[in-house]
Design a protein around this ligand. Structure first.
Ligand SMILES: *[C@@H]1O[C@H](CO)[C@@H](O)[C@H](O)[C@H]1NC(C)=O
Ligand SMILES: *[C@@H]1O[C@H](CO)[C@@H](O)[C@H](O)[C@H]1NC(C)=O
Length: 323
């Protein structure tokens, strides 16, 4: 009796879900080379782990949207089949970012925390060179943010470090590809990648997000700082100029002794004196940096790591490609 009533319903559920969700999910997983971890999601994670996975959800949404749009563009720009290989790679990158989104969302949902729907985005890209260059910056920012996630979880939630650590290695492979297509054919410019704070990562993502198009994790907004550099610097050392919106910064902050704090690899922040005039900053690139560095305008030279520097950043950070 039960059978005859229950069976049609379960069949209906099975067939409708088979037609819609699992098939779509399966094709993303097939393209990505795998699905989210199929063990039980970790429960009772700490509030800072919730904040970390919220940030991952939010940033990976942006990455997957960026790569989806880039993929459509590369396909359009592929007039002489010159992008065949890149299209193959970016197809996987985009699917893998979606799997990372699903992984973060599974953890948030299991812990009754809100997930983040994608925003509308606007990316300043008009050709394949600009796409590869921005892909390099976006993946580097993602790597820096996930290093911070791993470092934080190691203290608060050590049993769940493995997922983000596994994501980190894949993001680094993505970045090696985009570096090759933009900055250099050397995938390994330095022995360490550079950690950034979640506040830095969210501020760097902000210009690409259409205002009020989505819910975002809350974060302190810092005025942007832009390096006046086209492509790479001429290596480490030498003069550098930055700009920022002077009306967004208090006179009082600017009346103090100012520095550019340089964040690179796993080193203490390196401070170089800076002069500021009408939103133009002149400073020096310190010696001994490689890969990408993040530069911040600040009125102190004591904060030793990027999280301490974040709290006292007047404008920034600016990604600066050193090598
Ligand atoms: C998880 O994935 C592995 C490998 O793909 C598979 O053998 C296993 O059955 C899956 N476990 C569950 C609970 O789905
Ligand atoms: C894709 O191309 C459009 C039209 O040129 C452009 O506005 C957009 O920024 C591009 N996006 C990416 C990610 O390449």
């Amino acid at each position: 009796m039960h059978r005859s009533t229950i069976l049609p319903i379960s069949l209906l559920l099975a067939s409708s879900s088979a037609l819609v969700l699992p098939r779509q999910a399966q094709s993303v997983a097939t393209t990505a080379g795998g699905a989210p971890p199929n063990g039980t999601a970790p429960l009772n994670i700490s509030p800072s782990a919730i904040a970390d996975f919220s940030g991952v959800n939010f940033l990976e949404n942006m990455e997957s949207a960026f790569f989806l749009e880039g993929l459509q563009n590369l396909t359009k720009w592929n007039t002489k089949h010159q992008h065949d290989h890149a299209i193959d790679v970016v197809t996987r990158v985009q699917a893998q970012e979606l799997i990372h989104v699903q992984t973060a969302e599974n953890i948030l949902k299991a812990n009754n925390a809100p997930t983040f729907a994608p925003c509308r985005y606007t990316f300043p890209v008009s050709n394949s060179d600009e796409f590869f260059a921005l892909a390099n910056i976006i993946t580097t920012v993602g790597i820096g943010a996930v290093i911070n996630v791993v470092s934080g979880l190691a203290v608060t939630d050590p049993t769940i470090v493995q997922g983000p650590a596994s994501i980190l290695a894949i993001e680094a492979r993505h970045d090696a590809f985009f570096r090759h297509h933009s900055v250099s054919d050397i995938p390994n410019p330095a022995p360490f990648d550079t950690r950034i704070s979640s506040t830095y990562a969210l501020n760097l993502a902000a210009p690409f997000i259409v205002k009020d198009s989505c819910a975002a994790p809350s974060f302190p907004v810092i005025p942007a700082l832009k390096a006046q550099v086209t492509g790479k610097t001429t290596g480490s050392s030498g003069a550098i100029t930055f700009s920022f919106d002077a009306t967004a910064v208090s006179e009082e902050d600017l009346s103090k002794a100012l520095y550019i704090g340089w964040v690179n690899q796993a080193n203490k922040v390196n401070y170089q004196p800076a002069t500021v005039d009408a939103g133009v900053v002149k400073s020096t690139i310190p010696e001994g940096m490689a890969g990408i560095a993040f530069a911040a305008l600040t009125a102190q030279n004591a904060a030793e790591d990027v999280n301490a520097l974040t709290g006292v950043t007047i404008a920034g950070p600016a990604p600066v490609q050193i090598s």
